[in-house]
Design a protein around this ligand. Structure first.
Ligand code: 6GU
Length: 240
């Protein structure tokens, strides 16, 4: 996979070029490049923003630098272009799985009040377009979102994880949160490890873990609970 990230704060993303990809890069799975949007400005002040037509607070990112950046980064491929914006579709594990099958991702990190809408409207000329949000809160810019999406996607690349089994069981892969985990010692500051985990009864352990997953999900994320998760063995009642 190739990933290009365009930002006015490339230093924010610099660690990506080292640590996380270090592993994926060494394995030949990934090539990441971070680009400063100002490389595609030509005025003395390297201007990337201007005041909004129609008035209002804040500044809008000018279309011209984005146009040149995306012309260059799509010159020899047709990538998926991800505009990070709090107005986007929520980023989920399902989206991460979809993105992990792509050959080339280009992240356009928005700042200020956003990017001139004509860039997004034009972007289907360069590739598939997604507008993606990390969640229902506002960050100063899309850089943290690009970092989060990249990390979620790269760990799904075939061959990246040492033990791919650990991907199957984790939170959000099957719509339930993960069960609680324990390690030695068996008692710590008066807190005991649940006895079932030391029983050696694999059936009982699996049933307990499933019940814990359903109960946790019902309490913390009732929006994720489906009837299919509630079989007889785990008919969980959640106190209200
Ligand atoms: Cl992608 N960008 C910004 N600025 N804020 C956000 C976000 C993105 N996702 C959640 N909040």
């Amino acid at each position: 996979m190739r990933i290009d990230i365009v930002s006015i704060f490339p230093d924010y993303l610099a660690p990506l070029e080292l640590s996380l990809p270090g592993k994926a890069r060494d394995k030949g799975l990934l090539d990441i490049a971070v680009h400063d949007l100002r490389r595609w400005t030509y005025d003395r002040h390297r201007t990337v923003d201007d005041t909004p037509y129609g008035g209002g607070a804040g500044m809008v990112m000018k279309p011209e630098p984005w146009g040149e950046a995306l012309d260059e980064l799509t010159a020899d491929s047709t990538p998926t272009i991800i505009f990070t914006t709090p107005s986007g579709e929520p980023f989920t594990q399902k989206v991460a799985r979809e993105l992990s099958t792509e050959q080339h991702l280009v992240f356009a990190c928005g700042r200020y009040e956003g990017i001139d809408q004509r860039v997004i409207d034009h972007a289907s000329q360069w590739g598939r377009v997604r507008e993606t949000s990390l969640g229902d809160y506002v960050l100063n810019g899309g850089e943290v979102a690009a970092l989060a999406v990249t990390e979620a996607v790269v760990r799904l690349l075939p061959g990246f994880m040492g033990n791919p089994d650990s991907l199957v069981e984790e939170s959000h892969e099957d719509g339930l949160l993960e069960y609680p985990v324990y390690t030695k010692p068996a008692a710590w500051r008066g807190h005991e490890v649940p006895a079932v985990l030391m029983s050696g009864n694999h059936g009982a352990i699996a049933a307990w873990r499933h019940e814990q997953r359903v109960e946790r999900t019902a309490r913390r994320r009732p929006d994720l609970v489906h009837a299919s998760h509630l079989d007889e063995q785990s008919s969980v009642r959640v106190a209200t």
